[in-house]
Design a protein around this ligand. Structure first.
Ligand code: FES
Length: 121
C-alpha cells in the first residue's frame, strides 16, 4: 500500500473537497465536519464524476397507510452527494448509495500527519 500527501489540512475547509488523480484514478477528498473521507470519482450508475456533484440533503417519503397519504420531507442537509449526471445520491460520510441498496463508492483510508492529509492507495 502506498501513501500520498494530498494537501495541507487548511487547504480543504469544512464542506470543501479536492479532486486529484493518483495512479490513473480520479479520487476526491472531502472535509465532512472536520473528518476527511476519500472516494473514487466514479458513479456506479454510468461512471459519471459523482464526486464533482453538489452536496445537499435529500427527500424522504413516509407513507400513512391509515389515511392513504404520503408525506415528503427534505432532510439530511449537507450529508448527501449528488452525482451531476443523473442524480444518484450517496451518503457523503459512508459512500453508500441511498437510492440503491448494496452499492457504495470505493473509498480510501485518509489520515492526518503533521497537518498533511495522507491517503493510502
Ligand atoms: S452516472 Fe451518476 S447518476 Fe448516472
Amino acid at each position: 500500500m502506498k501513501e500520498y500527501n494530498i494537501a495541507k489540512e487548511d487547504e480543504i475547509g469544512v464542506g470543501e473537497r479536492i479532486v486529484t488523480e493518483i495512479e490513473g484514478r480520479e479520487i476526491a477528498v472531502f472535509n465532512v465536519d472536520g473528518e476527511y473521507v476519500a472516494y473514487l470519482n466514479w458513479c456506479f450508475h454510468q461512471a459519471g464524476p459523482c464526486c464533482e456533484g453538489k452536496v445537499t440533503g435529500t427527500t424522504e417519503a413516509t407513507w400513512d397507510s391509515e389515511n392513504l397519504t404520503q408525506t415528503l420531507t427534505y432532510t439530511r442537509e449537507d450529508e448527501i452527494l449528488n452525482c451531476p449526471w443523473h442524480g444518484w445520491e450517496y451518503d457523503i460520510q459512508t459512500g453508500e448509495c441511498i437510492s440503491r441498496s448494496g452499492v457504495s463508492l470505493p473509498s480510501y483510508p485518509v489520515r492526518i500527519e503533521e497537518g498533511n492529509i495522507i491517503l493510502s492507495l
